[in-house]
Design a protein around this ligand. Structure first.
Ligand code: A3P
Length: 329
């Protein structure tokens, strides 16, 4: 039975929610806007980055309410750089003593279900962790992270990817989603132009990567900066690095039992993309079918999509934006 105190705290909650809604609406009305890819909804420029309205509210809410715990690991990325893969790897590392290849929840759940996005859910449930597992993900740029993530001393893992492959992956992802909703997607040239201008979800792409890169140089013990391409080359090595970094190192006995190799196999593109759950047209809370998260998983697929002029232009922008940073992509 609800007590009087429950009613009072619910009234306070509702009042706080109304206040939040009011100030959010007011704030959003002051932000610069651009038509998003496919002209469906506007992107809003918030703290220097273009955000989809579906994420923006969660980002603002997380900034105000999210409580990172010192034991948390936060997986950060800009979309289409390997988030789904990183989630499955870190989840497997963290849960390796509770589950094996035949019992892991990854067999029946999309990696996004086992490691949710902070800005989609945890903004409203700031200290709750799914299954008690201390890992969350976010696409929020470094400079906009909730201060508790910085102050708590929790660990951050950032994954980035070659911008040409990231753009091509984003273009196909967006194209598939919009077509499934009977919305006319932008053609390749139009999407490319917007990406180069920095107008893409959580973009500018280069500013997002640079924010985490610079922070990782300043706080190497707190932020692990990874590249998709390097991880594809020697995933076992990176599983060991990740395990060490997040405080769950693989013992020599585990290495003898080939635990890292088993994690790599379970999380490989070939394995995950062939699981029924990940082939499914099921929609996970919104508009995106599970299967859309798995396309080709290849390094260098941009060659099948971009003209040499487009590739050159992206290389030039990348060179110019990253110059002097010590980072090359
Ligand atoms: P492609 O579109 O180039 O195939 P994100 O997870 O950040 O949305 O990134 C999606 C990209 O990662 C897609 O790239 C997708 O195919 C690839 N991907 C998904 N699962 C993967 C896995 N297990 N291993 C490697 N790449 C994976």
């Amino acid at each position: 039975m609800e007590s009087r105190l429950d009613f009072v705290s619910k009234d306070i909650e509702n009042e706080n929610e109304d206040e939040f809604e009011k100030s959010f609406k007011q704030m959003i009305s002051t932000l610069p806007k651009r038509k998003s890819w496919g002209n469906r909804e506007d992107y809003f420029q918030y703290q220097g980055f273009w955000l989809h309205p579906a994420f923006l509210k969660g980002v603002v809410s997380a900034q105000q309410r999210f409580h990172a715990q010192p034991t948390d690991t936060i997986l950060c990325s800009i979309p289409k750089t390997g988030t789904t893969w990183l989630k499955s790897l870190v989840f497997s590392i963290l849960t390796r003593t509770s589950f094996d290849d035949s019992t892991t929840p990854l067999l029946s759940k999309l990696p996004h279900e086992v490691v949710p996005f902070m800005e989609l859910y945890h903004a409203n449930f700031p200290t709750y962790r799914d299954m008690g597992i201390p890992v969350l993900a976010t696409h929020v740029p470094y400079s906009s992270l909730p201060t508790s993530i910085i102050d708590s001393g929790c660990r951050i893992v950032y994954i980035c990817r070659n911008p040409k492959d990231s753009f091509v992956s984003l273009y196909h992802f967006n194209d598939t989603i919009l077509k499934s909703q009977n919305v006319q997607p932008p053609d390749l040239d139009e999407a490319f132009e917007l990406f180069c201008e920095g107008v893409s979800v959580y973009g500018p792409y280069w500013d997002h990567v640079l924010g985490y890169w610079k922070a990782s140089l300043e706080h190497p013990n707190k932020i692990l900066f990874l590249r998709y391409e390097e991880m594809r080359e020697d995933t076992v090595l990176y599983v060991k690095k990740l395990a060490e970094f997040i405080g769950y190192p693989l013992s020599s006995e585990e290495q003898q039992r080939e635990v890292p190799e088993k994690i790599v196999k379970m999380c490989s593109f070939e394995n995950l993309s062939n699981l029924e759950v990940n082939k499914s047209e099921k929609v996970r809370g919104g508009v995106i079918q599970n299967k859309i998260y798995f396309r080709k998983g290849k390094v260098g697929d941009w060659k099948n999509c971009l003209t040499s002029e487009m590739a050159e232009r992206l290389d030039q922008i990348t060179h110019q934006k990253l110059s002097g940073s010590g980072l090359s992509l």
